[in-house]
Design a protein around this ligand. Structure first.
Ligand code: HEC
Ligand code: HEC
Ligand code: HEC
Ligand code: HEC
Ligand code: HEC
Length: 449
C-alpha cells in the first residue's frame, strides 16, 4: 500500500512538473519572455566548475554570436536582408534563438554588435544550457527548447549537491533531442537546412543509440567541480569543424589501380574508396551551405612530371554540383549587399574536375546560395553518410611521351569551412576558408614499353 501511495505521489509530481514545463513558451513564442538578469553569467559558474568553463570558453559554443564569420553573416547579410524584406525580420531575429539565446529570450533584437560587450556575447551559455527543461514538438528544431532559468540546474547525474544551486537529474541531457533544438533547422520555406540530429537518427549511431555527447562531450575521470568527488566527467569540448584534429581522419581513404603493370599506350583505371568511420552523421553536416569537401587526385611520373586527374562522371541527377567547375553562384548576396544584377562569385574555386562531397542549397530563383534562411530547395545530397563508403573512379590516358618506370598517384581529401570566393567577397578572415587536411593516400603503377 505504502509503495502504491509513493508511486502515486511520484506520478502526480511528474505530471504536474511536465504540465508546468509545457506552459513555458518555446521557439518563436519565447521571444522576450525573460530578462538577461534571469540568467547567471558563465563567470559565476567558473568559480567552481573551472575546467568545464575553460573548455567551453575555447569551444565555438561560447563564440556563437561573437566569432567573426557569425558577425559578418548576421550583420552584413541577414540583418540588411530583413531591412529590405520585412517578411524576413522574424527569421533573422530567430538566428539569435540559437546563436545568442539570452538576447532572444530577453527580446533584445537586433542585439548590439559584439564590440559593444552586451550579454548577447555570452552566446550559448552555461546557464541557458543547464536550465532547459523540455522542448516543443516531436522532432526538435529552430530553438524549440523550453527554458526555466532559476536556482535549479539540470544534468544527467542524480543526487548532485552544490552550495550554489539545486540540481535535478533529467534524461533529456543525455539524449540527442537536446542538441537537436539548435542542430536541426528549417528555413522559412519549410526546407531542412540543418539536419544533423535527423541524419544521426536515420543512421547506425541512432540505431545503436550512441548520442552526440559520446563524441562531442566525451567522459574522462576527474572532478566536475572544485569541491566534488572524483568520477567520470562530461568534457565540454564541442569539437567540430573549427578543430582541425576533429576533422583530420574523419574519412578514411584507399586507392587501387585495376592493374599494377601498364603498357605506355594503355588506359589507367583507378578506384578510390572514402569511408566515413568517425562521424555520427553525414560529412559535411550542419552548415552544409558553407562547407566544401573535395577529392584531388594527381599522378607523378618517373621524371617527376605531375598530372591532374579529373573524376569519372557517374551520371546521376544534379551531379554537375558535385564536380568543380568555374561557374558563378551565390547571386542572392547581391540583395542584402545592395548590388543590382549581381553576377555572383565563383561557385567553389577548387581545381576543375575534382569531386565535391556536398549538398547544394538553392534560393527561390533556383541559384546556389550560402544564405540558408533564403533556401527554397535542396539539390543532390552527395555527402558521405555515417559508416558509408563512396567510391570514385579515375580513368587516365597517359601522355604519349610518358617515361617508363613508376607512376605514383596521390589522392588528397580537403575541407574548407567556407567556400573561398564567398569568404573573399565578404572579407571573412582567411582562417575560415583555409584548406583543412582530412586525409590522403597513395598508390602506384609500373609503366612499360
Ligand atoms: C559554489 C560552487 C558552484 C557554483 C558557483 C556553481 N556550481 Fe554547479 N555544482 C557545484 C557542485 C559542488 C556540484 C555537484 C558536484 C557533485 O556532487 O559531485 C555542481 C553540479 C552541477 C551540475 C550537475 C547537475 C547534474 O545533475 O548532473 C550542473 C549542471 C551545474 N553544477 C551547473 C552549474 C552552472 C550552470 C553554474 C553557473 C550558473 C554553476 N553550476 C555554478 C558547485 C557549483
Ligand atoms: C550546449 C549546452 C551546454 C553548455 C553550453 C554547457 N553545458 Fe554543461 N552539460 C551539458 C550536457 C548535455 C551535459 C550532460 C552530458 C552527459 O552527461 O553526457 C552537461 C554536463 C555538465 C556538468 C556535469 C558533468 C559531469 O559529467 O559530471 C556540469 C557540472 C556542467 N555541465 C556545467 C557546465 C558549465 C559550468 C558550463 C559553462 C562553462 C556548461 N556546463 C556549459 C550541456 C551544456
Ligand atoms: C560517432 C561520433 C559522433 C557522433 C555520435 C556525433 N558526431 Fe558530430 N562530429 C563527429 C566528427 C568526427 C566530426 C568532424 C567531422 C565533420 O566536421 O563533419 C563531427 C562534426 C560535427 C559538427 C561540425 C560539422 C561541420 O563540419 O561543420 C557538428 C555541428 C556536430 N558534429 C554535431 C553533432 C550532433 C548534434 C550530434 C548528435 C545528433 C553529433 N554531432 C553526433 C563525430 C560524431
Ligand atoms: C542553444 C542552442 C544549442 C544547443 C542546445 C546546442 N548547440 Fe551546438 N552549436 C550551437 C551553435 C549556434 C553553434 C555554432 C557556433 C558557431 O557560430 O560557430 C554550435 C556549434 C556546435 C559544434 C561545432 C563546433 C565547431 O567547431 O564548428 C558542435 C560539435 C556542437 N555544436 C555540438 C553540440 C552538441 C553535441 C550539443 C548537445 C549536447 C549541442 N551542440 C547543443 C548551438 C547549440
Ligand atoms: C536552429 C538553430 C540555428 C538558427 C535558427 C541559426 N543558426 Fe547559425 N548555426 C547553428 C548551428 C548549430 C551552427 C553550427 C553548425 C556547424 O558547425 O556545422 C551554425 C553555424 C552558423 C554559421 C557558421 C559558423 C562558422 O564559423 O562556421 C554562421 C555564419 C551562422 N550559423 C549564421 C546564422 C545566421 C545569420 C542565422 C539567421 C539567419 C542563423 N545562423 C540561424 C544554429 C542555428
Amino acid at each position: 500500500m505504502k509503495s502504491v501511495i509513493a508511486l502515486l505521489v511520484v506520478l502526480t509530481l511528474t505530471i504536474s512538473l511536465s504540465a508546468q514545463e509545457d506552459k513555458i513558451p518555446a521557439g518563436h513564442d519565447a521571444k522576450g519572455i525573460y530578462e538577461y538578469s534571469d540568467f547567471e553569467k558563465p563567470e559565476a559558474c567558473y568559480s567552481c566548475h573551472v575546467d568545464i568553463y575553460m573548455q567551453w570558453k575555447q569551444a565555438m559554443m561560447s563564440q556563437a554570436y561573437t566569432h567573426h564569420w557569425d558577425e559578418i553573416e548576421y550583420f552584413d547579410l541577414a540583418v540588411p536582408h530583413a531591412e529590405k524584406d520585412p517578411d524576413m525580420k522574424p527569421v533573422v531575429d530567430g538566428c539569435n534563438g540559437c546563436h545568442a539565446p539570452l538576447a532572444f529570450l530577453a527580446g533584445d533584437l537586433t542585439p548590439p554588435r559584439p564590440a559593444e560587450g552586451s550579454r548577447a556575447n555570452e552566446s550559448v551559455s552555461c546557464d541557458l544550457c543547464h536550465t532547459i527543461v523540455g522542448y516543443e514538438g516531436e522532432t526538435p528544431f529552430n530553438y524549440s527548447y523550453r527554458v526555466d532559468p532559476g536556482k535549479t540546474k539540470y544534468g544527467t547525474k542524480p543526487g548532485q549537491e552544490s552550495p550554489h544551486h539545486d540540481t535535478q537529474q533529467m534524461d533529456l541531457y543525455g539524449q540527442t533531442e537536446y542538441c537537436a533544438n539548435c542542430h536541426n533547422e528549417k528555413s522559412p520555406f519549410g526546407v531542412w537546412v540543418k539536419s544533423t540530429q535527423i541524419e544521426w537518427q536515420d543512421g547506425p549511431y541512432g540505431e545503436n543509440n550512441v548520442p552526440c555527447m559520446d563524441c562531442h562531450m566525451p567522459k574522462a575521470p576527474g572532478r566536475n567541480a572544485k569541491m566534488a568527488k572524483k568520477g567520470m566527467v562530461a568534457q565540454h569540448l564541442f569539437h567540430g569543424a573549427h578543430a582541425p584534429g576533429k576533422v583530420l581522419g574523419t574519412i578514411e581513404l584507399r586507392m587501387n589501380p585495376k592493374t599494377r603493370e601498364v603498357q605506355w599506350d594503355e588506359v589507367v583505371e583507378l578506384e578510390v574508396q572514402l569511408f566515413n568511420g568517425k562521424a555520427g552523421h553525414k560529412v559535411p553536416t550542419g552548415s552544409v551551405e558553407d562547407r566544401i569537401m573535395w577529392l584531388h587526385v594527381t599522378a607523378t611520373d618517373a621524371k617527376g612530371n605531375e598530372y591532374h586527374l579529373p573524376v569519372q562522371e557517374k551520371g546521376f541527377e544534379g551531379e554537375e554540383y558535385t564536380i568543380a567547375s568555374d561557374e558563378l553562384a551565390y547571386q542572392d548576396m547581391g540583395l542584402p549587399k545592395g548590388i543590382d544584377d549581381f553576377e555572383g562569385v565563383r561557385r567553389e574555386d577548387v581545381p576543375i574536375g575534382d569531386r565535391i562531397f556536398r549538398m547544394p542549397y538553392f534560393d527561390p530563383q533556383g541559384r546556389m546560395t550560402i544564405m540558408q534562411w533564403n533556401t527554397k530547395s535542396l539539390g543532390v545530397d552527395y555527402r558521405i553518410g555515417p559508416r558509408e563508403t563512396k567510391t570514385e573512379t579515375y580513368i587516365w590516358r597517359m601522355p604519349e611521351d610518358i617515361p617508363v618506370g613508376k607512376v605514383t598517384f596521390k589522392a588528397q581529401l580537403n575541407y574548407r569551412k567556407l567556400v573561398k570566393p564567398v569568404a573573399e567577397f565578404l572579407d571573412v578572415p582567411e582562417e575560415e576558408s583555409e584548406i583543412m587536411h582530412v586525409n590522403s593516400t597513395t598508390t602506384w603503377i609500373e609503366v612499360y614499353e
